[in-house]
Design a protein around this ligand. Structure first.
Ligand SMILES: Nc1ncnc2c1ncn2[C@@H]1O[C@H](COP(=O)(O)OP(=O)(O)OP(=O)(O)O)[C@@H](O)[C@H]1O
Length: 738
């Protein structure tokens, strides 16, 4: 290991994305080239660098840095160069000269301890002096933290995120227990934290490591939809992660329980372990549903005449189940209305809304996603909001979002109706119920045969299966066969019957292709020309490819590349931005892939005025890139509901191409035309539920392209991914005891 000491003479190259820098250093008796991760190092600084010499075929001998320490320059000339180098925003070379002329070697001391003295210099106000001091301090401390973290192998992006979270506490936190990074910093995995821990020299058998691994496994399983894991399964998965044999888990479990991180409970006779937050949420949901159900409510009488009048108005006759739903809505505190496509859920809902309106009851409508809310507004003719907006989201990171509406400031309404309840996960249901006071009626509408929510829990099914909440199942299909084979086939799939693939219908088509490359070719022809022509569309807008997987030739990632190439090819008029491995181009169809509660949006009028604005873009929201600005480093996206959002380049990990999306991501959305590739894959994934959900997303046409054997297998495969959730048991505990 070589060690050099000297003053930075010149910055030859700097990569702003990762902090990689090439600079020259004047040592006592030489001038050297030094290369490596040296974020923010500036001309004039005094550095001590350690590393190995390497020989570059063009630039010759250079020191490759592995460790660097920096000292602020202490000679007036070096100080002047440092200040004048642009290191501190607002100070250029001439101001730097003035400052150093006045304070000489004491310049940095003055900036740090008596910044107001800077205002003695002409051209510097007191406010500016304060600003200089703040920036000087922040930049120095940030830079040192970043350099420290990069030595542990963290990228600049993560290092900056970590600094943003902990500031100067970073050193203590990382050296003592780097595993907290995996909990606090989005994107830092247990593995990354484990690597840092190893470099720091933390024992593989340390308590921190064990506890972090257990929590990590529980969090990871929440991403798979579980709110808990059985003890044995948790031990198995944690052992895999730790790679060492651990004999005593009880000690770690006890510590985690004592610290309030986990709860150990018996569910259906088995010892199960929950992250405390999920346990609390499920218990809360059950208790609140009990209160909402049992509170004594103003009873709204109704007459048969009234219902007949609505039937006349709508020109239909409600079936028994629909009538049941309507009358129970008027009398019960909580109600679930469930049914497949075309079974009259919306029609029933409209009757219910009408009856409440006539009774001057305030009814609020909401749905879990922007698209579902938009659709609810269209079908009911009344404003429906996303649940996030209903709860007045006020920021916070994923999993820690803050809502203005809660127990202290509840939603004011007589009736709250939630559509697409199958998409409600435990967390959102918890926040919603927290903001509802007993006395407000809550009606959940949804199709229990859709895929479960992306987030953890099995809320709708658990509520229905508990048997404690009034539930009306609508079963009759009102949409006629002649009208829609999509509906008929969806119901067939749901009851395990093979569907007709002879293309004798007006809206449901099958194209037989075996080879995945031919499937891709067919999809491209369909979307580029055949379907737009057939459906009378001007472009491919409105046609959505839904596919079961992310990976593979027919997975989302590859299909998006192919479709981008064919539908929005490179052009000299279209600016592009490569982010990691993703290439974004103006005109691309894109989707937000995580919830971001802080990003701001606006809706503009045709004349360029802001007509609405707010915060939050959510997982699954779709739009189009209208502009990529390489100077401001921003991408402008216009979402389908007219919200316009600017993404900074560094926030592009939240955006993905969306010509094709997974069926999972399509939940709650509807598209005029859906194309689905049908190909062999893992049995656990390719099940009835998935096919049903994909098909019921289409309003006008469905085209399946692929192998009919696979379609048959999916219809017969009833295996759903099992989800551990305890809401059903919690409902049973609350309702049977109270
Ligand atoms: N009792 C009824 N008699 C005759 N037609 C009905 C009846 N109820 C609903 N319909 C009609 O059936 C069609 C489907 O109803 P609706 O849209 O309410 O179902 P849905 O369950 O909301 O469907 P989806 O989930 O697909 O949106 C509509 O055209 C509606 O007018």
């Amino acid at each position: 290991m070589e060690r050099i000491e000297g003053t930075v003479e010149d910055i030859i190259y700097r990569n702003e994305d990762n902090g990689y820098t090439v600079l020259t250093v004047a040592t006592k008796d030489d001038e050297l080239t030094v290369v490596g991760l040296m974020y923010g190092i500036t001309v004039g600084e005094h550095i001590i660098a350690e590393g190995e010499y390497a020989s570059h075929n063009i630039y010759g001998k250079q020191l490759q840095v592995t460790h660097i320490e920096t000292n602020m320059p202490n000679e007036a000339a070096a100080i002047e160069r440092y200040l004048g180098s642009g290191a501190i925003k607002g100070i250029g070379p001439s101001l730097a000269t003035k400052i150093v002329d006045r304070f000489k070697e004491d310049t940095f001391f003055t900036i740090e301890s008596e910044p107001l003295k800077l205002a003695e210099i002409k051209g510097i106000s007191e406010k500016m002096a304060q600003n200089i001091a703040t920036i000087f301090y922040e930049q120095r401390s940030m830079r040192q933290v970043v350099i420290f973290l990069q030595e542990y192998g963290l990228s600049l992006t993560y290092a900056l995120k970590i600094y943003g979270e902990y500031k100067e506490r970073t050193y203590d936190i990382v050296k003592k227990n780097p595993y907290v990074l995996a909990e606090d910093i989005q994107g830092i995995s247990f593995r990354m934290a484990d690597d840092i821990a190893e470099k720091i020299g933390i024992e593989k058998t340390s308590d921190f490591r064990m506890m972090a691994a257990i929590k990590h496994v529980l969090m990871r399983s929440a991403l798979d939809g579980h709110t808990y894991l059985e003890r044995e399964r948790l031990i198995e998965l944690t052992t895999e992660l730790l790679i060492i044999e651990v004999l005593d888990f009880d000690h770690a479990f006890m510590n985690l329980q004592l610290n309030g991180h986990i709860m150990i409970e018996e569910i259906e006779g088995k010892v199960c372990i929950f992250l405390t937050s999920f346990d609390n949420m499920e218990k809360y949901i059950a208790a609140k549903l009990f209160e909402l159900t049992h509170v004594s409510l103003e009873q709204h009488d109704y007459t048969d005449k009234e219902i007949e009048n609505i039937e006349k108005e709508m020109g239909i006759c409600f079936d028994e189940n629909q009538k049941n739903a309507i009358t129970q809505a008027l009398t019960c505190g909580t109600l679930v209305i469930t049914g497949g496509p075309g079974t009259g859920k919306t029609t029933t809902l409209n009757a219910i809304i009408k009856l409440f309106d006539e009774r001057r009851q305030e009814v609020l409508l909401a749905a879990p996603t922007g698209r579902a809310a938009k659709r609810m507004s269209e079908t009911t003719g009344q404003t429906a909001k996303t649940i996030h907006r209903l709860l007045e989201i006020s920021g916070g990171a994923e999993g820690h979002q803050r809502f203005e509406r809660n127990e202290d400031y509840p939603i004011e309404a007589d009736v709250i109706i939630i559509d697409e309840t199958s998409m409600m996960d435990t967390v959102l249901t918890y926040h919603l119920l927290k903001a509802i006071v007993p006395g407000t009626r809550v009606i959940f509408v949804g199709d229990q045969d859709q895929l479960p929510s992306v987030g953890p829990g099995n809320v709708l099914k658990d509520i229905i299966h508990s048997g404690y909440i009034h539930t009306v199942k609508l079963q009759q299909i009102f949409r006629q066969a002649g009208e829609s084979h999509i509906v008929v086939n969806a119901h067939k799939i749901n009851s395990g019957e093979m569907i007709d693939l002879t293309n004798n219908t007006k809206d449901f088509f099958f194209v037989r292709r075996q080879d995945p490359r031919h499937v891709i070719g067919e999809i491209i022809t369909l979307i580029k020309s055949r379907l737009p022509k057939f459906a009378g569309l001007e472009s491919f807008e409105g046609i959505q490819i839904l596919t079961p997987t992310r990976k593979g030739l027919l997975g989302v990632d590859n299909l998006n590349l192919e479709l981008q190439k064919n539908l929005n090819p490179p052009s000299k008029d279209k600016t592009e931005k490569l982010y990691g491995t993703r290439l974004f181009r103006e005109g691309d169809k894109v989707m937000q892939i995580k919830n971001n509660y802080n990003i701001s949006w606006r809706i503009m009028s045709d004349y360029g005025f802001t007509v609405d604005e707010g915060l939050g873009v959510f997982n699954g929201d779709m739009g189009q890139i209208v502009e990529i600005n390489l100077y401001t480093e921003k991408i402008k996206v216009l979402f389908d509901d007219d919200r316009m959002v600017y993404y900074e380049f560094k926030g592009l990990d939240e955006l993905d191409l969306a010509y094709a999306v997974t069926i999972h991501k399509s939940q709650g959305s509807e598209y005029p035309i859906v194309i689905m590739p049908m190909f062999k894959g893992p049995a656990l994934l390719l099940n009835r539920n998935l096919l049903y959900t994909g098909i019921t997303r289409a309003k006008r046409y469905v085209v399946l392209v692929g192998d009919e054997q696979v379609i048959m297998q999916m219809i017969h495969n009833k295996r759903e991914m099992l989800r551990n959730s305890a809401l059903k048991q919690r409902l049973l505990e609350v309702f049977s005891v109270k």
